[in-house]
Structures are given as structure tokens and as C-alpha cells.
Design a protein around this ligand. Structure first.
Ligand code: NAP
Length: 249
């Protein structure tokens, strides 16, 4: 397990060109902000540029659908690294955003010779992704919270697994980030990353965005699946399920 103090405080030595998919979402917007803070040039991709509020001289906002190969090819042109924080709400219907966007992004990166890819899925795709510090928490997680989350998100997690398989089958320098439940906070804080599932099942979107940007300049997580969590902040799991599974629909 490694700890990153405050990713936003560390400016990178060299400026990179980064393409961010899902830039209009909570995590994607945080990644864009952190990348600009770190001195990078950013292409933010969204289907709704009119709703994207960030402005910066090193920021280009591009209208595009991450499942459309031509849009993706245009968006990644000239990038040093590609970041995806794409997401859709839970649904009973089949979900294909993750796998379709993975195919389009991989195709575009292989076509253009870009090697570095950082994507977000979820710790919930791992059946052992909810370790607990006590027997009681383990039982609550296994028999109460885990089944609710897996039932609500079944079609999403199925497609995240497909996305991970598509990405692992490439020769790219990929990193798959598997966050636990997301929440929002004002500033970036300390985070932990690990190659194994961790307890404490929350990461702030602001921290996750910072981790994504941090990954663009490190090489120890190439071709690894990485679990992440925020050190500070513990929102209510009920509030999180309400925000993401019910209110977002
Ligand atoms: N919520 C949780 O507790 C939780 C836990 C673990 C993992 N995750 C995962 O973490 C990731 C980030 O979550 P988040 O809540 O920060 O994201 P979010 O706010 O739901 O944003 C996702 C963004 O994806 C974009 N998008 C969707 N379909 C697209 C398409 N076809 N082409 C281009 N853009 C598209 C949307 O932007 P436009 O509509 O502007 O295009 C949207 O703003 C997601 O993959 C989510 O599943 C979430």
C-alpha cells in the first residue's frame, strides 16, 4: 500500500497533453482541474460542452461521444496519455458504455501510437473488493450492503468487467483504477493506493481525479489494477447509495 500526500500540490516536471473522457462528470471534472493545476494541457471530451464550466488557456473542450470511433480518434490526436472517468447511472437494462468506449479508445490509441491509458471502473467488480476491519462489518458488507450494491449495479459491473478485459488484452501501458464508493468534498486530500482491495470504502471524486493525473507521470502501476481510497472523509453509505443509485437516475 502506498500513500500519496497531496497529489495536487505536486507539479509535474514536464507538461503533458492529456485527453480526459467523462470530463463533465464529477471525477472527470476533478481530473481536468488537477491536470491544469499540475501544468498539463488538457482536452476535455463531453457530449455536452455547453454544460462544461471550466475555462483555461491550456484547456480545449471537445464535443464527442466516447463510443463513436471517429470522435475518439479526433479527441486523442496528439495526446501523451488518455484518461477515462466515463460513467452512467445504474440501470436494469444492459449497459455498454464501458465496453464500447474501451474498444473505441484502445483502437484510437493503437492507431495513433499513444501508450498510456488510465481508466476508472469499481472495486465492486471484484467479489473480494469489500474487505472489512471487523467480523460485524464483514457480515454487514457481505449480507447487506454488498448484495444491495451488486443488485443495483449488476448490468454496470458486467460491462465494467468487459471493459477491463478489453484493456488487459492490449499491449498498452494501462492502469485500471478500482474506486470504492465515491463522494464529493471541496479540496484534494491524502489518498492511498494498493494492488489489493482495501478497507474504508470511500474515495472523494476530487482525490480520484488527482490520482488519475498522478498516474500519468508514474510508471510503477503500468498494467496493474489499483485500489484507491481517501484517507480523510467518511460520508454515509446510505447517502452515497441515494445520490448515485436513486437520485442520479
Ligand atoms: N458512484 C460511485 O460511488 C462509484 C463507485 C465506484 C466507481 N464509480 C465509477 O467512477 C466513474 C466516475 O463516476 P462519477 O460519478 O464521477 O461520474 P459521473 O458524474 O457519472 O460522470 C460520468 C460522465 O460520463 C460522460 N459520458 C457518459 N456517456 C458518455 C459517452 N457516450 N460519451 C462521452 N461521455 C459520456 C457524461 O458526460 P456527458 O453527458 O457530458 O457526455 C458524464 O458526465 C464512473 O465510471 C462510475 O461508474 C462510481
Amino acid at each position: 500500500m502506498s500513500t500519496i500526500g497531496n497529489p495536487s500540490a505536486e507539479s509535474s516536471n514536464s507538461s503533458l497533453a492529456l485527453t480526459v473522457f467523462g470530463a463533465n462528470g464529477g471525477t472527470g471534472a476533478a481530473a481536468v482541474q488537477q491536470a491544469l493545476t499540475a501544468g498539463h494541457r488538457v482536452t476535455a471530451v463531453t457530449r455536452h460542452p455547453e454544460q462544461f464550466s471550466q475555462r483555461h488557456e491550456r484547456l480545449t473542450v471537445l464535443k464527442g461521444d466516447a463510443t463513436v470511433e471517429a470522435d475518439v480518434l479526433g479527441a486523442v490526436a496528439g495526446a501523451d496519455a488518455v484518461l477515462s472517468a466515463l460513467g452512467v447511472p445504474y440501470s436494469r437494462n444492459p449497459i455498454s458504455l464501458y465496453s464500447k468506449s474501451a474498444r473505441a479508445i484502445v483502437m484510437a490509441m493503437e492507431h495513433t501510437g499513444i501508450r498510456r491509458l488510465i481508466v476508472v471502473t469499481s472495486s465492486a467488480v471484484d467479489p473480494d473488493g469489500f474487505p472489512a476491519t471487523s467480523l460485524m462489518k464483514q457480515l454487514v458488507g457481505k449480507y447487506l450492503i454488498g448484495p444491495v450494491i451488486h443488485r443495483l449495479g449488476r448490468t454496470m459491473y458486467e460491462d465494467m468487467v468487459r471493459m477491463e478485459e478489453i484493456i488487459r488484452s492490449t499491449s498498452l501501458d494501462w492502469t485500471i483504477l478500482r474506486p470504492p464508493a465515491l463522494f464529493n468534498k471541496d479540496a484534494v486530500g491524502a489518498v492511498e493506493t494498493s494492488l489489493r482491495p482495501m478497507t474504508a470504502q470511500f474515495v472523494a471524486r476530487q482525490d480520484l481525479g488527482a490520482i488519475m493525473v498522478d498516474e500519468t507521470t508514474r510508471d510503477d502501476h503500468h498494467r496493474e489494477t489499483v485500489y484507491v481510497r481517501s484517507v480523510d472523509g467518511r460520508p454515509s453509505i446510505i447517502r452515497t447509495i441515494w445520490d448515485d443509485a436513486i437520485r442520479k437516475k
